[in-house]
Design a protein around this ligand. Structure first.
Ligand code: FAD
Length: 330
């Protein structure tokens, strides 16, 4: 019975929240197929409580690759390990998060494993009768939802947007198995050596995993004004997002870009100020839970998707929101 797998991401030994979201997806697929749900955990000095938590929240079997050489994500090394495990265990489905590392690792592994991969899925289901994985994702700039399947190849691989699923409640009496994965010594030939890690300027976490994203566009007029976005993001404890025009102008760096050629995000709250809502931008925010748009043009495209609109001058509205937040805190 070929298992369903998720890839659990680790950072500095701690399992990242998105890994528990993936287990909820995987659990439902594994239950439909009546097979075990496995999760592959790769890292160094992995927290043992987190490992148990993965089992409590859905995993039946944990493939644990814990080695100092795996402390940082190096695609070739992680892929080699995963490919060996795939060839031994032959899972039928592998899902990973559509994070920077998930989006780097999965295509690499898919090509080497001659498997199909659908990136950035919003829905996953099992097709009745064939038991193929139905992988649904926005396509054509987010204007349609396309359902993709790869009947001729195994494993079937998909990445899933972070924050698009709720983790399952922990069940502390779930039985589980931990299987240690042997880690080959690091090859002297490796072309990548990690010297250290440094956070991006102005970004405390990743916008794909952020609960709240405050984004600015060309309506801010110049770089100096972008501090209005940065200040409000700080006040909300949020991450900073941006339209491509703002990024192209050098007001903020590319990892903040939201949209078709940037990040797709699903925050609880997305606030867009001075962003018109071109289809390429909207493609990145279709699954946000609540969209608030601040725009002085009541015909702006983004208002068609927004849950709340503030029609007005962002140079007045943004400082006013910041002021009210401060007042509420006092
Ligand atoms: P604009 O469209 O110029 O909008 C500025 C908005 O600010 C307007 O709605 C205006 O009414 C408002 N405004 C102005 N002044 C004020 C004020 N004082 N108060 C309030 N509101 C004000 N774009 C992305 O964002 N992400 C992508 O990933 C992306 N990928 C692309 C990929 C391709 C292949 C292509 C062709 C394009 C892509 N684009 C992407 C570009 C996209 O088409 C738009 O050009 C871009 O999103 C526009 O950015 P903007 O909304 O900041 O600027």
């Amino acid at each position: 019975m070929h298992e369903v797998w998720t890839i659990s991401e680790c950072h500095q030994g701690r399992v990242k929240d998105v890994s528990y979201e993936l287990l909820a997806r995987g659990r439902s697929l594994a239950d439909t197929l009546k097979v075990r749900l496995g999760t592959v955990v790769i890292g160094s000095n992995i927290n043992t409580d987190d490992v148990k938590q993965l089992a409590y929240q859905g995993a039946d079997i944990l493939y644990l690759a814990d080695d100092p050489s795996l402390s940082s994500f190096v695609c070739g090394r992680y892929a080699a390990l995963l490919l060996k495990l795939i060839s031994e265990k032959k899972p039928q489905i592998i899902i990973a998060a559509a994070t920077t590392s998930g989006r780097t690792l999965m295509p690499y592994v898919a090509v080497k494993a001659h498997a199909g991969l659908t990136a950035d899925c919003t829905e996953l289901a099992i097709e009745e009768g064939t038991e193929n994985l139905l992988q649904t994702r926005p396509a054509i700039g987010g204007n349609i939802m396309a359902t993709i399947k790869t009947p001729g190849h195994r494993p079937q691989m998909a990445t899933v947007r972070p924050r698009s699923t709720k983790p399952l409640a922990a069940q502390h009496d779930r039985p589980f198995v931990v299987e240690e994965v042997p880690v080959a010594p690091r090859s002297e030939k490796s072309s990548v050596e990690v010297l250290g890690l440094r956070g991006l300027e102005g970004q405390s976490g990743s916008i794909e995993e952020a609960d709240i994203v405050i984004a600015g566009g060309k309506g801010l007029k110049k770089r100096d004004n972008f501090v209005l976005i940065e200040r409000l993001a700080k006040a909300f404890g949020a991450e900073v997002g941006a339209s491509r025009d703002a990024v192209d102008r050098g007001w903020v760096s590319y990892p903040h870009q939201v949209g078709l050629s940037g990040k797709t995000i699903s925050p609880r709250l997305y606030l867009a100020a001075g962003i018109s809502g071109a289809i390429q931008h909207l493609a990145g925010i279709k699954t946000a839970k609540c969209i608030v748009a601040i725009n002085n043009d009541e015909q702006a495209n983004i208002l068609g998707l927004a849950d709340f609109a503030i029609i007005g001058d962002l140079f007045q509205v943004l400082p006013e929101i910041e002021k009210r937040l401060e007042q509420r805190r006092k």
